[in-house]
Design a protein around this ligand. Structure first.
Ligand code: SF4
Ligand code: SF4
Length: 306
């Protein structure tokens, strides 16, 4: 009997590239400067992944989650563009600091592109970052904007929220340095900016829970090693060694907790699909849903009652 083809597969791709043009103090990645050989290896790995994607018959969504900033590199701009024109591609998203130029998006299938854009106060001015957002608006490209929720960023976060169009979702990643970091007043301010902030403040006890990672979503690295998610190191196999469907099946989570958006959104009990719809990978909630998040917040609270 053949292996059933998945109806839709989300692929989180993270190649070897691990450099960045910014130097955020809170970033554990991107401290590397690639040699020409390392750039070549990253380009080859990316080309191989694109060829694989073009060859797939099932519906795909792809999120690039580089160890650094990839979108300043023409090869990643071309990768997003090429993927966006594949008929089986539902969405292509990429995490970016939005520092690179954006004119290349003119050639992309823009209705399929979603940018996960993070603002890093201290590395870029708010005005410059907002200028890039305005350019995305002009191009008709959807995006979410996010900030790391350090207490020292609070004023900037609020100013950014006021300056963005109301339809643009601004997420805040909780700065998870231990209990007591935020005062009740900080929490109220952050919830006022990001109605879904609460969901990101928890470490969900995930061991034994059903999770779509490894069944409807996978993580792939540059050499094709497939893992169920970025947080569980054990490989499932290799993308280029057999049909991917052979690697997919339901599995309970083996980690004690799951605390990143790119992980916990695959917990069916959270119902993130309902909140984000096709914008799930780029963290872009469906317009009306995030203005009325009570059902989503209630499901998150059930997963980890306080
Ligand atoms: S922009 Fe992102 S990848 Fe680059 S240093 Fe800052 S947090 Fe790290
Ligand atoms: S719950 Fe999180 S850590 Fe566990 S399998 Fe799913 S994505 Fe991975």
């Amino acid at each position: 009997m053949g292996v059933a083809r998945p109806q839709h597969l989300s692929v989180l791709y993270r190649g070897p590239l691990s450099s960045c043009n910014y130097a955020c103090g809170y970033c554990p990645f991107a401290k590397h400067v690639e040699s020409p050989e390392e750039h070549r290896a990253d380009a080859q790995a990316l080309a191989r992944f694109l060829a694989w994607a073009a060859d797939q018959a099932c519906a795909l969504s792809v999120l690039f989650t580089p160890w650094g900033e990839a979108l300043v590199r023409p090869r990643y701009q071309e990768a997003v563009t090429r993927l966006s024109h594949l008929p089986q591609l539902r969405q292509v998203a990429i995490q970016t600091n939005l520092s690179g130029h954006l004119a290349w998006l003119e050639d992309a299938g823009r209705d399929k592109v979603g940018l996960w854009a993070t603002y890093h106060p201290g590395e870029v001015t708010r005005e410059r970052f907002l200028g890039r957002c305005a350019e995305l608006d002009r191009l008709g490209v959807r995006y979410s904007v996010g900030v790391v929720g350090r207490r020292s960023h609070l004023g900037e976060i609020e100013a950014l929220r006021s300056a963005l169009r109301p339809e643009v979702y601004l997420w805040v990643n909780a700065f998870k340095v231990g209990p007591g970091y935020y005062t009740p007043e900080d929490l109220a301010r952050l919830r006022a900016v990001d109605p879904l902030f609460e969901v990101n403040t928890r470490r969900y006890p995930s061991r034994g829970q059903a999770c779509g990672a490894g069944e409807s979503a996978i993580s792939v690295d540059g050499d094709g090693t497939v893992r169920r998610c970025h947080f569980i190191a054990r490989p499932l196999g290799n993308l280029y060694a057999q049909p991917v469907a052979e690697l997919l099946r339901p599995r309970p989570c083996s980690r004690p907790t799951c605390e990143c958006h790119i992980g916990y959104v695959h917990l069916p009990a959270l119902g993130a699909e309902e909140m984000y719809g096709p914008g799930l990978l780029a963290r872009i909630p469906e317009g009306p849903a995030w203005a009325e998040p009570s059902a989503y917040l209630a499901r998150a609270a059930q997963l980890m009652p306080r």
